[in-house]
Write a protein of this length. Structure first.
Length: 362
């Protein structure tokens, strides 16, 4: 089975980064929760030079999933009068989960026909109750690029902090990488990860940066729950952030795989556009003629292929697994509006994609 269902990198990080993990001498002491001076400096320099960001404060997080999942509870502590977490209707599931874990109301913000956040569709009553807004650009799963300065302006007008998950920024295909911090840091926090940029998902290195008051508040609370990035991990991340060559090489790998797998899907009758960013293909499954009766039982109906978008997506997932030996994810994992799509992560080497092509006879 070629597993394209999870965005877990398959390529190695640079050897110097792995060597730094073993040679920092930081093992015996507790690391500062906010991050070492060297780590915060490396993150700040990368944000400024690569993304043109304005950085007021920066602090470390243990990869970004924990930050996404826990920030609503800390924000709720800061503003008990607010109870609503806004997040894109098609998105990484942890935005909704973080709201649930904090006992907040998760409210999905609709997206347009290109999967971009529709700020104009946010109900003013929800905006009044909003604790925070999540944006994610380039987006997982659809690869869209959002107007981040519009999101920052929306939040500033309403006093709602905007958190911008930018972990796919290096894999921006339509133009240069973007950050919400290009529009200033007031009221906004950009969230970054080394997991995708430098193939370091296994070591858990992330950081968040932006509004000084917000970052300081969060870093103060987080230190009391022991959120610390291991010292050797920080040392390795400093080396990774200082090198852009491995990122350029990685970009080429993802680009080539996106193009190759899009052609494979097209050859089996699944139309797909290349994303504006990220390393996922987000393909429409509706109309797929495979047997819908094999679809997952809870997929929402078994009344014929294509008549139910979720059924078509499960049927396509099933068909690709059975005929191509390749695992993709049904789009409903990322929100109901994605139920007619599948997501394929380009996290397998080209030889594996070639193998899938040969199994599918294309
Ligand atoms: C949009 C998005 N945000 C955050 C993460 C979490 O990444 P990590 O915790 O490795 O930094 C992922 C992982 O797939 C993601 O897709």
């Amino acid at each position: 089975m070629v597993d394209l269902s999870i965005g877990t990198p398959c390529d190695p990080p640079p050897p110097e980064v792995v060597a730094a993990l073993a040679g920092s001498g930081t093992e015996r002491g507790y690391p500062a929760s906010i991050g070492s001076t060297a780590y915060r400096r490396a993150a700040t320099e990368w944000l400024i030079h690569r993304l043109g960001a304005e950085v007021d404060q920066v602090a470390a997080c243990v990869g970004t999933k924990e930050f996404v999942a826990t920030t609503p509870q800390w924000m709720k502590l800061r503003r008990p009068d607010r109870d609503t977490v806004l997040y894109p209707a098609i998105s990484y599931p942890t935005y909704e989960m973080g709201a649930i874990l904090a006992g907040c109301r998760p409210v999905a913000v609709p997206t347009d026909d290109q999967w971009r956040l529709r700020l104009d569709a946010i109900d003013p009553a929800d905006a009044d109750r909003a604790l925070m807004l999540w944006v994610n650009s380039p987006g997982n799963p659809a690869g869209q690029l959002d107007d981040l300065s519009a999101a920052a302006a929306w939040g500033r007008e309403r006093g709602v902090p905007v958190f911008s998950d930018e972990c796919y920024a290096e894999f921006t295909w339509d133009g240069p990488p973007r950050s919400i911090l290009q529009a200033g840091s007031e009221g906004v926090v950009a969230v970054h990860s080394l997991s995708k940029r430098s193939n370091l998902a296994g070591v858990r290195a992330g950081f968040y940066a932006g509004d000084g008051e917000l970052v300081t508040y969060l870093s103060e609370v987080r230190k009391h729950v022991g959120m610390m990035v291991a010292g050797p991990v920080q040392a390795a991340a400093v080396v990774a952030l200082g090198d852009q060559d491995h990122v350029e090489a990685q970009r080429e790998l993802y680009r080539a795989r996106l193009e190759r797998f899009a052609k494979i899907l097209e050859a089996v009758g699944v139309g797909v556009e290349l994303p504006a960013g990220g390393f996922y293909l987000w393909a429409r499954a509706e109309g797929d003629v495979a047997s819908a009766t094999d679809a997952a039982p809870d997929a929402g109906g078994t009344d014929g292929a294509g008549s139910n978008p979720a059924t078509a997506a499960w049927a396509l997932t099933d068909r690709l697994a059975a005929e191509g030996g390749v695992l993709v994810s049904p789009g409903e994992f990322y929100g109901r509006a994605g139920s007619g799509h599948i997501r394929a992560a380009m996290v397998a080497p080209m030889e594996s994609l070639d193998l899938v092509a040969s199994r599918l006879g294309v």
